[in-house]
Design a protein around this ligand. Structure first.
Ligand SMILES: NC(=O)c1ccc[n+]([C@@H]2O[C@H](COP(=O)([O-])OP(=O)(O)OC[C@H]3O[C@@H](n4cnc5c(N)ncnc54)[C@H](O)[C@@H]3O)[C@@H](O)[C@H]2O)c1
Ligand SMILES: O=C(O)[C@H](O)[C@H](O)COP(=O)(O)O
Length: 383
């Protein structure tokens, strides 16, 4: 068997090496010629799997994308050719939730607000949105969700997008990128909607860049709309608009889902999908070869307040300011170098772990500290 794969799939050879010959290529550069005799193609979000790419792939039986998003995959074309497809729904949902929590923590420090006093609106109540909702709700934050496609459940407050825009102090976008469907998300936030966001609010996009019309966002910011903006995803990646980057409060190179845990789970989910398609036993257990986190324990004294402890624990696992600072190096580069650097930052991304890998000892701490740590998803030790 021959597998052609994006070289940025973690543990690629450990996982698939015993099953097949694995040819690892740069995801953006995979061509129709590269997969002529491949039995399986494994991609991440930067490879467009469409009619042109598949045109000569007569042996191809399986395509796997180690990602949550599938807007780069023409699934109709795959169905038409009888090619099985697997992706990795939810693999990195916790990672994105933690990115959003860390962004809010940094802005709360900078601007001196308490998250518990802010109203948060989440657009998209799927794997990421629902987990974010639950976490914020557990922290005592007032939350509302907007998702016209999601089944209504009693303990979730669903509102329209207009209500979220009018009422919320934080708006977080977690929808897929869709066009030509009943509720398309392409440019869901256009000039009109952006202009209506409350003054002082925070807008976060860690879904897909084109869900916000980036030119319109730049325009409202230039016109003086007083909002803070956190962008992990950009229209026309890897070609980031520097005028927009200059105006956002936090900017990162599409790494919200890049915890090592999330990426490895993505690999494992696709590995299982491939094994199923080819009738092979899925023997590799990636948990067994996942590295130990560099930091696995932190202890608080009884003098710690809940807010202080939460901020320290979050920053010790993931300090988002580092990613923002690295991103701003793009200002020093010409367009070609910027695109290369955007991909380079993603390829060589630091080994970031999820909150659950950190044990928080809060034995003598007040109940508030313990509750906050638990709600955030840390592994709490109180005995
Ligand atoms: N930045 C990153 O690193 C990163 C990581 C993971 C996922 N993503 C992106 O975020 C998206 C969401 O991730 P997920 O895992 O939660 O996906 P998901 O498919 O589980 O959830 C998406 C939700 O959005 C809802 N939705 C669709 N159209 C909508 C609309 N017009 N308005 C409101 N809601 C709408 C869907 O009903 C669904 O519940 C992915 O599709 C992917 O593109 C980005
Ligand atoms: O859709 C996803 O899962 C995320 O956007 C993912 O983090 C994208 O990462 P990439 O495939 O571009 O490495």
């Amino acid at each position: 068997m021959k597998i052609v794969a994006d070289e940025n799939i973690p543990l690629l050879h450990e996982c698939f090496g015993s099953l097949a010959e694995v040819v690892a290529l740069q995801g953006r550069d995979i061509t129709a010629g590269d997969i002529i005799d491949a039995d399986a193609l494994l991609v991440r979000s930067v490879t467009k799997v469409n009619r042109a790419l598949l045109s000569q792939a007569s042996s191809l039986r399986f395509v796997g994308s180690c990602t949550a998003g599938v807007d780069h995959i023409d699934q109709q074309e795959l169905n038409g050719r009888g090619i099985s497809f697997s992706n990795a729904p939810g693999c990195n949902a916790r990672s994105v939730v933690e990115y959003v929590l860390c962004a809010l923590d940094i802005l709360a420090d900078r601007d001196g607000f308490e998250l518990e006093k802010r109203k948060v609106g989440i657009v998209g109540h799927g794997q990421v949105g629902s987990r974010l909702y639950q976490t914020l709700d557990g922290l005592g934050v007032e939350v509302m969700a907007c998702d016209p496609l999601c089944e209504r459940v009693p303990d979730v407050r669903f509102e329209s997008l207009e209500t979220l825009i009018q009422q919320c102090d934080v708006i977080a976008l977690h929808t897929p990128l869709t066009r030509n469907v009943e509720y398309p998300t392409h440019h869901l936030l256009d000039y009109d909607k952006l202009s209506q966001i409350k003054s002082g609010a925070i807008l976060i996009n860690a879904g897909r860049g084109p869900v916000i019309d980036n030119q319109a966002l730049l325009r409202v910011l230039e016109e003086g709309l007083d909002i803070s903006v956190v962008l992990d995803v950009w229209e026309h990646e890897p070609d980031v608009n520097l005028d927009l980057l200059a105006r956002v409060d936090i900017g990162t190179p599409h790494i919200a889902g890049y915890s090592l845990d999330g990426k490895i789970t993505g690999t494992e989910m696709v590995y299982k999908g491939l094994c199923q398609t080819f009738g092979l036993p899925a023997r590799v257990r990636l948990a067994a070869i996942t590295p130990m986190p560099a930091l696995n324990r932190i202890a608080f004294n009884d003098s710690a307040t809940a807010a202080q402890a939460a901020g320290m624990a979050m920053k010790s696992v993931y300090d988002l300011r580092r990613d923002d600072a690295l991103m701003r190096r793009l200002f020093r580069m010409d367009q070609e170098a910027r695109c290369i650097e955007f991909d380079r930052m993603r390829k060589h991304y630091c080994e970031r772990r999820e909150f659950s890998t950190l044990t928080v000892q809060a034995r003598k701490c007040e109940a508030g500290v313990q509750e906050r740590m638990k709600a955030l998803g840390f592994h709490l030790q109180v005995s």
